[in-house]
Design a protein around this ligand. Structure first.
Ligand SMILES: Cc1ncc(COP(=O)(O)O)c(C=O)c1O
Length: 396
């Protein structure tokens, strides 16, 4: 068999259920709560079109030429100012532009993880990160995700057992897929533990700016005194995911290693996209833009929750996020969300079954993820009503 030639590191990797679902969502009559896509009406397409023309006519030499691996200077400067404002990064830290946060996670994993090294992650967690860690043949140590973030006792026990753990991967704010935000106390404890056991934390924060309710909680990176945290940011959810722009803030010695592996990986992040974003950020107020996104998502999330309260059976529990893109629903253990998805797709409603986000994807999971950012209120109501009927019918 030809696939016997595949490297061990990819043999265990499976295409995600999401990709299969993507094929279904292409059908126009499907109401999809499956993707994690930002609302397209929020893309500043007209503004970017004007800037693109200007950039190509006046700054084509920069925008079309090879560039430096660490990122376009003016964009790094803008990101630095934003990070400084949020208290992220000390003088020992530096910033590099990445081809999306995804690359930041992947390259950080590449810099730290030997085969068999341990990485602690929330269970459930972001599949793009889990697959990056799997691809390095790292050992995942899944930790239960509680309502206020990952279970710290479990983290402590794993570290005490000395499992060659080098990294903790967390999405502390508006977690994907659960929409949960880690408490300040847990953030502090996680930092203490990283220091005590001499390991690093990857703080992945693509949704942090998308709070539509409640109070901000300080990022772990902002409390990091001794360079334990590698912070990953992204323009995907506040500007456009198609531009593929993200960044890392980390101690400069760590960042240097990341830059070396990035050079091998893609030489540099698309410089046209970097110049385009820079000009946009110089010309327009991104915070005003973010305000609009927050208002829209807050409204859609609130509406979806109202519909769920009305149409879902009582035994279905769900998170009530204060930001981000996702609601996480949990049914009693006897349900398998893959089976429910198969039925709901028959009724033209799609979502992502929970096992997709688990360290052990084979185990049946009674939870599932709903996205509220892309559908109209009319479709949200129709889709949630249908899903509620599917859930109730399964019980009969
Ligand atoms: C938690 C999390 N991290 C990282 C990413 C990757 O984002 P980017 O588009 O910046 O690569 C995503 C994308 O959905 C995500 O949900």
């Amino acid at each position: 068999m030809m696939d016997n030639l595949f490297a061990d590191r990819v043999k265990g990797l499976k295409g995600s259920a999401i990709r299969e679902i993507f094929k279904l969502i292409q059908q126009p009559d499907v109401i999809s709560f499956a993707g994690g896509l930002p609302a397209p009406e929020m893309f500043p397409a007209k503004e970017l079109a004007e800037i693109a023309q200007e950039v190509l006519l006046n700054n084509g030499t920069t925008a079309l030429q090879y560039s430096v691996t660490e990122g376009y200077g003016p964009l790094k400067e803008i990101v630095k100012q934003r990070m400084d404002k949020a208290g992220i990064g000390k003088k020992e830290d530096d910033i590099a532009i990445m081809s999306g946060g995804q690359q930041g996670i992947d390259l950080t994993a590449k810099v730290f993880l030997n085969e068999g090294d341990g990485i602690i992650c929330e269970n459930p967690s972001f599949i793009g990160a889990l697959n990056a860690f799997r691809a390095y043949n790292a050992k995942l140590f899944p930790v239960t995700l509680e309502n206020d973030g990952m279970c710290i006792e479990q983290v402590e026990n794993i570290l005490k057992a000395n499992n060659h753990v080098k990294l903790i991967y967390t999405i502390p704010t508006f977690q994907n897929p659960a929409g949960i935000t880690m408490s300040l106390e847990k953030r502090q404890k996680l930092l203490e533990m990283a220091s005590k056991h001499n390991i690093y934390i990857i703080e992945d924060n693509p949704y942090g700016d998308l709070r539509f309710k409640g109070q901000d909680v300080p990022t772990i990176k902002s409390m990091d005194q001794d360079g334990r945290v590698i912070y990953v940011g992204s323009f995907s959810k506040i500007l456009s995911p198609g531009l593929r722009l993200g960044w890392i803030v980390a101690r400069s010695d760590i960042l240097q290693k990341v830059i070396i592996v990035k050079q091998v990986n893609d030489v540099h992040t698309n410089i046209f996209a970097q110049v385009l974003a820079t000009q946009y950020l110089l010309k327009y107020c991104i915070d005003e833009h973010i305000k609009k996104i927050r208002a829209l998502y807050g409204k859609k999330c609130g509406f979806m929750l109202e519909c769920m309260d009305k149409y879902f059976p009582d035994y279905c529990e769900y998170t009530r996020p204060e930001g981000g893109l996702f609601i996480w629903c949990t049914l009693p253990d006897r349900y398998d969300s893959v089976e429910i998805m198969k039925q709901s797709v028959q009724h033209k409603v799609a979502f992502v079954p929970g096992n997709t986000f688990m360290a052990d994807m084979e185990k049946p999971c009674s939870s599932f993820r709903l996205n509220y950012s892309t559908m109209t209120e009319e479709k949200i109501e129709q889709g949630i009503k249908t899903l509620g009927e599917v859930l109730k019918s399964i019980d009969n």
